[in-house]
Design a protein around this ligand. Structure first.
Ligand SMILES: O=C(O)CCC(=O)C(=O)O
Length: 240
């Protein structure tokens, strides 16, 4: 893909809204290969199901590239790192890459939350690039974001029992002004970037298409001191 250094206007929008559509970051050949690699991971029973609704499923795998190194080419794609560098600065370090796979007519909702609930970045200056691996719109559960909600961490009141992370609170519906939510129509290969305090969530997938989202989570190098060693530096230098 073409280089994707953000314009001043895009950087301004990202810091004002906490969310920014990036356009296309992967070509279709890479999208199709990613789907095949994810299916192979699913067949290996590596994905868990954090759905809180017994009637609905949501396949999730954290740290995808540590299970299949093929995904490193997406984590390090110039389109991904150029966008990240535009807001994080020149020193960019890996944090995670995950998949959220919601099957057609079956995928569970993702409750409203802020990613820094888990990451504890201080200062809270991390980001997520959510890459559509299917055509995604409201019908198959596009992620919704609350623009401007990235001012502070809000203590949640919605108890969640997560198979991976134990019990914690996400945001209850009454804590979020859903009338302000925005979502984006994303052809497969297109992406949205959001700040680690931006409130976001996703409705269930009631559509006829699966909704596979692959996420790359990045930090300014050295921010999360306790996890520095196992997180590769992707651009620039590690500050002393
Ligand atoms: O895809 C989803 O439903 C959730 C994604 C998410 O929470 C994230 O990208 O931080």
């Amino acid at each position: 893909m073409a280089l994707m250094t953000l314009t001043h206007e895009q950087v301004r929008t990202y810091f004002r809204d906490g969310v920014l559509p990036l356009g296309q970051v992967l070509d279709m050949a890479t999208v199709e290969a990613a789907r095949e690699h994810l299916e192979a991971l699913r067949q290996r029973n590596l994905m868990d199901n954090p759905s809180q609704d017994p009637a609905r499923r949501s396949f999730r795998l954290l740290m995808v590239s540590s299970h299949d190194a093929w995904f490193n080419q997406i984590v390090t794609a110039p389109a991904v790192l150029d966008a990240a560098e535009s807001v994080l600065g020149p020193n960019v370090q890996y944090f995670q890459d995950n998949v959220f796979y919601k099957p057609a007519r079956d995928g569970a909702l993702t409750a409203w939350h802020q990613d820094n609930l888990w990451w504890h970045a201080d200062p809270p200056n991390m980001l997520t690039i959510w890459i559509a691996l299917d055509d995604v719109d409201a019908s198959n559960g596009a992620v919704q974001y609350i623009p401007g909600s990235h001012a502070a961490l809000i203590p949640g009141t919605q108890v969640v029992n997560d198979p991976k992370h134990g019990t914690y609170n996400m945001l209850a519906a009454e804590q979020v002004d859903a009338g302000k939510a925005v979502s984006f129509v994303l052809p497969a290969g297109h992406a949205v970037m959001h700040h680690c305090l931006t409130i976001h969530g996703a409705p269930p997938n009631n559509g006829d298409r699966p909704r596979r989202g692959y996420t790359v989570h990045l930090q300014p190098a050295g921010l999360l001191k306790q996890r520095v060693e196992d997180a590769p530096l992707l651009r620039g230098v590690m500050p002393a």
